[in-house]
Write a protein that binds this ligand. Structure first.
Ligand SMILES: NC(=O)c1ccc[n+]([C@@H]2O[C@H](COP(=O)([O-])OP(=O)(O)OC[C@H]3O[C@@H](n4cnc5c(N)ncnc54)[C@H](OP(=O)(O)O)[C@@H]3O)[C@@H](O)[C@H]2O)c1
Length: 257
């Protein structure tokens, strides 16, 4: 069983996939955790398995849901030591053919909610001189992705913001990390309409949800700036840094379309 330095945690998007696996790892390690998502029934099933778990049913695509979660993060009575901004979704397709309201909702969740909650987290943690902020981005953040354009752009924002925050609070004792997973089998493929793509991708290109969740938690514990689970994706990210942008765009578009 992993040992973590976190005294307590709050995980958004804890009702499935990477967030649910992080909640499981935190529960096994005895870390009291607040579970945030819209599907309260699923959160209550997870809560019932562990001591000191709490459910916060919130739609982070709304200002009210963001405010309720920020308020919980700001609590002095029950301080949150680790905040994981994990809730997010994508939309596959050609930009101008997609529903613009859905794309705006994607920006609201992936960008705005994450910004509001990162702000609440650091406002509470920096004066305490300790704390952990883990923002879930993607390997898609390192290049433009034709066919998944808005998603990759929202994740480029997440990686860039998180790197900046890591540097800003470095001397405060607060750890800030961007978790950048590659393909991971979760409900993401159904919700982002990428199940067709998923069926074409060979097994070796998939990272397990367990590996992604445990790498993210251990990398924020050790204050890595950017966490990329798996050798394949670590190598891909290194190459995307040195390849011409036209080539990374072409490779990415070939995978996502
Ligand atoms: N799977 C991959 O291949 C992959 C790769 C790179 C990065 N990621 C990133 O990893 C993160 C987790 O995704 P996943 O793969 O675990 O997908 P997932 O299984 O679909 O989980 C997404 C989570 O986000 C929550 N969520 C969605 N909309 C929400 C809203 N409006 N308010 C509150 N919670 C909301 C969902 O809960 P409710 O529906 O109950 O609200 C769910 O718990 C995302 O940020 C995603 O972009 C995934």
């Amino acid at each position: 069983m992993a040992k973590y330095p976190f005294r307590s945690a709050l995980v958004t998007g804890a009702s499935s996939g990477i967030g649910a696996e992080m909640a499981r790892l935190l529960g096994e390690a005895g870390v009291p955790t607040v579970l945030v998502a819209r599907r309260g029934e699923r959160l209550r099933e997870i809560k019932d398995r562990y001591d000191d778990f709490e459910v916060l049913e919130a739609d982070l695509g709304t200002a009210d849901g963001q405010a309720a979660t920020a308020e919980r993060i700001a609590s002095d009575d029950a301080p949150v030591d680790l905040v994981v901004n994990n809730a997010g979704f994508g939309t596959s397709g050609v930009f101008h053919e997609l529903d613009v309201e859905r794309l705006a909702g994607e920006v609201e969740l992936n960008v705005k909610a994450l910004t509001v909650l990162s702000h609440a987290a650091l406002t509470a943690m920096v004066p305490r001189g300790r704390g952990y902020l883990l923002n879930v981005s993607s390997v898609a953040s390192f290049q433009a992705s034709p066919g998944l354009g808005v998603y990759a752009a929202t994740k480029a924002y997440v990686t860039s913001l998180t790197e900046a925050l890591h540097s800003e609070v470095k001397s405060s004792g607060v750890h800030v990390t961007a978790l950048c997973p590659g393909l991971t089998k979760t409900e993401f493929q159904d919700h982002s309409n990428t199940s067709g793509l998923a069926s074409r991708v060979p097994d070796l290109a998939w990272t397990s949800v367990g590996q992604v969740a445990s790498t993210g938690l251990s990398d924020v514990a050790s204050n890595r700036t950017i966490s990329v689970p798996g050798v394949l994706y670590k190598t891909a990210v290194t190459f995307s840094d040195i390849m011409p942008r036209s080539l990374t765009r072409w490779v990415s578009g070939t995978v996502t379309r």
